[in-house]
Design a protein around this ligand. Structure first.
Ligand code: C5P
Length: 294
């Protein structure tokens, strides 16, 4: 079975407060994008899982954690989940703020819920997904949403607006815990995320571009100073708004002019390891309905 794991971007990210357990409560607007990994899942002929990937995977990867969480859940219900061979074709860059690892875990959890007849509702899957990673519930939802809590509270936004944007990730990545730690040194006042949601519902481009915000951007820029020059490069190429997604280090460039996006991509491809025009918004199905430009 072949399934797709779509990346996400943040059209807004505001840090609300730090919880006693160290995690940060957030107020975000997230949208799925057409950039996606592919997972091939087949029941294993052996008794152990085999997870392979065309790039190196750490031992404690999100797929291993997702399998553990689902097996624990199944065991508590008196069920067992068989072993699987899983192969990942990676296209989503890591340490980019694009939820690459979370997207893979979310796609696997949704697929196993069906294959193993676990009968988990979407909200039950969100709760289990949150144990794997804070972005997993959104990736399970897979549609443009207001996302709160540490990432487990999902309110889909009533919009089917899709638009293209340019994603650029420089060589350096940003570690999420490091970005949150740095945020405490450079914290700003809170932002009004309601207007970002309103802009998406009313398809108001001007309102979207003027209200989009990412509270982690100053922290990430302090950790990776080349992000500031990347922003300048992208602005010089005609992108009207340039903002970081998630905890970085990928930057998003916006323009309604497709030619500006494509031309900027052509120029920046020679300078940075990951450059791609993607479609954001609406929903990109895990079973192949989403568009991909890769
Ligand atoms: O859950 P995930 O593995 O994606 O989070 C990585 C790290 O990022 C956490 O260990 C935590 O330090 C930080 N984080 C946070 N608040 C969030 C999400 C992540 O502090 N809402």
């Amino acid at each position: 079975m072949k399934i797709y794991a779509n990346a996400k971007v943040n059209l807004a990210l505001d840090v609300v407060r730090q919880r006693a357990d160290g995690y940060h409560e957030l107020d975000m607007v997230m949208a799925p994008v057409s950039l996606r990994d592919t997972l091939e899942i087949t029941p294993s002929s052996t008794s152990t899982d085999h997870i392979t990937c065309d790039s190196p995977l750490p031992a404690d990867n999100t797929l291993t954690r997702a399998l553990e969480v689902l097996r624990d859940y199944a065991a508590a219900q008196g069920k067992t989940i068989g072993a699987y061979d899983i192969h990942v074709t990676k296209r989503i860059p890591e340490q980019a703020g694009l939820a690459g690892g979370s997207a893979d875990a979310a796609a696997l959890m949704k697929a196993l819920n069906r294959l193993e007849h676990l009968g988990l509702s979407e909200s039950a899957l969100y709760a289990l997904g949150a144990r794997v990673g804070a972005d997993v519930p959104f990736c399970i939802a897979g549609r443009t949403s207001r996302v709160q809590g540490i990432g487990e509270i999902i309110h889909p936004i009533d919009t089917d607006w899709e638009f293209d944007l340019l994603l650029v990730k420089p060589e350096a990545g940003v570690s999420t815990p490091a970005a949150f730690e740095k945020w405490h040194e450079s914290r700003t006042e809170m932002h009004d995320i309601d207007m970002v949601e309103e802009a998406l519902v009313s398809r108001n481009e001007e309102l979207l571009l003027s209200t989009m915000v990412n509270s982690l951007e100053p922290a990430a820029m302090a950790l990776v100073p080349e992000l500031e020059s990347l922003r300048e490069e992208m602005t010089e190429l005609g992108l009207v708004r340039v903002m970081m997604t998630g905890s970085g280090s990928a930057m998003m460039g916006f323009s309604v002019d497709q030619e500006v996006l494509e031309n900027a991509a052509l120029v920046l491809k020679h300078r940075h390891p990951f450059v791609q025009v993607v479609t954001a918004g609406s929903s990109h199905g895990t079973r192949g309905s989403g568009r991909s430009r890769s």
